[in-house]
Ligand binder design. Structure first.
Ligand SMILES: Cc1cc2nc3c(=O)[nH]c(=O)nc-3n(C[C@H](O)[C@H](O)[C@H](O)COP(=O)(O)OP(=O)(O)OC[C@H]3O[C@@H](n4cnc5c(N)ncnc54)[C@H](O)[C@@H]3O)c2cc1C
Length: 421
């Protein structure tokens, strides 16, 4: 049988030779793919059903080095680049969306403070301070399996990058008193540290985005509480409840970036916000793979009934393939060219890639259900979970599908500072 005669649902999403991946990059991504199939896939349905955090997955991720994928090699991690991380995360997303998305929140705290921060302008003092402090966070992750999360959203315009965060950090002796409220705090109750964005403000000072502070709030610190229930449509395993902070003392060494550096990162390394997309790239592939296997009568757990002989099914699969290839090509280009100070073209392409992945992921899952039919959406199969999880992608701030469209249109038609008089 030639390789063209069967559909391999476990083939890499991005074939290493076709995409000219470096050997060490391909090896790590291959390991992620195997980990996803072996560890994440068998547990995914239960976390989804119970809306509980996949803590066993995170313990296994610690044992197998995945919590430290973007921790620099000299600090005991794998030192993965931005792109390598994205490609590995897509492989995990295809097996369990909620684990991959939660893992992204954790990994981003190491990627942003690691490879990404290395690209930012810092003076010698800032650089030394940053390296000393991040080593502390990395040690906790590598040695103890500490889990970091990323609760930024507040329910207003701050997470969209429009106004300063309402959560505030008041400087006090040896650190800060942090107070505020974060909604959709994925990993709530499971994280050891909440990587919070807040506005540093002295008494009487006006709030400014330039004074955004990125700090790790210890989960056990007095004044930290988690409230509200969690029973959402999709991404149920992320357990994204509400985090309340009331005069929480956060020591200076818990700063994840020196003062003012987060603002520099957000403005000069915009692809940092594209890191929510790999999970959904994986889900898009999963919806397609499911459809092909199902129509061929090869999906494990279902009777060997073939449905591929109907022309309408063949057309639907062709259309899905075209959409998947378009999505993969644009996304691969965007994650490959991510860097500090990208050109305007590259930023616009990143918005387009985010929009395409998030919207097409859901469109592919929708089409998969219509094409496969009623029996395919029963809860004992993965497709209906993929469908529900896929619906969440375009809601993720700061680059929701709507905001991407908004910026693409405006920034294409107007140069910076241009107005109509
Ligand atoms: C499963 C899941 C997990 C999540 N995990 C996290 C997490 O770990 N950390 C975290 O910080 N957040 C997380 N979020 C929150 C997410 O990033 C958004 O903040 C949240 O979905 C916003 O909900 P909202 O009702 O406040 O939307 P709103 O802020 O009311 O926005 C509604 C819509 O209006 C549009 N909109 C909003 N602001 C603007 C603007 N300035 N310009 C144009 N259009 C705009 C957007 O398209 C948006 O989708 C998660 C969300 C989900 C669904």
């Amino acid at each position: 049988m030639s390789t063209l005669d069967r559909h391999d649902t476990a083939a890499p999403i991005f074939d290493p030779a076709a995409h000219r991946l470096a050997d060490d990059e391909a090896t790590l991504i291959e390991k992620a793919r195997r980990f996803g199939g072996r560890v994440l896939a068998p547990r995914a349905a239960q976390y989804d059903r119970d809306a509980t955090f996949p803590i066993e997955n995170f313990r296994d991720m610690h044992r197998e080095g995945w919590l430290a994928i973007c921790v620099p090699k000299q600090d005991g991690g794998s030192g993965a680049s931005y792109r390598t991380y994205c490609l590995a995360a897509a492989e995990l997303g295809r097996y369990c969306g909620a684990t991959a998305l939660s893992w992204n929140m954790h990994v981003s705290s190491t990627l942003w403070t690691g490879a990404l921060a290395d690209d930012l302008d810092m003076n010698t003092e800032e650089r030394a301070e940053h390296q000393r402090r991040r080593a502390l966070h990395y040690r906790r992750i590598v040695r103890d399996g500490a889990i970091y999360s990323q609760p930024f959203s507040e329910g207003g315009a701050a997470a969209a990058g429009v106004v300063a965060f309402g959560t505030e950090a008041k400087p006090v002796d040896g650190g800060f008193l942090v107070s505020g409220k974060k909604i959709f705090a994925s990993l709530s109750g499971a994280a050891d540290y909440y990587g919070v964005l807040c506005t540093m403000r002295h008494e009487g000072e006006a709030a400014s985005r330039r004074n955004t502070l990125y700090v790790a709030v210890p989960a056990k610190a007095p004044g930290v509480s988690i409230v509200g229930d969690w029973d959402p449509l999709g991404m149920r395993g992320t357990v994204s409840r509400t985090l309340l902070l009331k005069d929480v003392f956060v020591p200076e060494d818990e700063m994840l970036m020196p003062r003012g550096v987060y603002f520099r990162a957000a403005t000069s390394w915009p692809h940092m916000f594209l890191t929510l997309s790999p999970t959904y790239m994986g889900l898009a592939q999963a919806a397609y793979d499911f459809t092909v296997s199902y129509l061929r009568g090869e999906l494990p757990g279902t009777p060997p009934v073939k449905r591929r002989m109907y022309p309408t099914k063949q057309i639907a699969v062709a259309e899905m393939r075209i959409m998947l290839e378009q999505t993969k090509a644009l996304w691969f280009q965007a994650v490959s060219e991510a860097r500090a100070n990208p050109s305007k073209e590259q930023v616009l392409r990143a918005y387009a890639a985010q929009h395409t992945v998030m919207e097409n992921c859901n469109a592919l899952a929708t089409k998969a259900i219509r094409t496969c039919g009623g029996q395919a959406m029963l809860k004992n199969l993965a497709l209906e979970r993929i469908y529900r999880d896929s619906r969440c992608g375009s809601l993720m701030l700061p680059w929701t599908a709507e905001i991407c469209v908004d910026r693409l249109g405006r920034e294409t038609l107007y140069e910076s500072g241009e107005k109509d008089d």
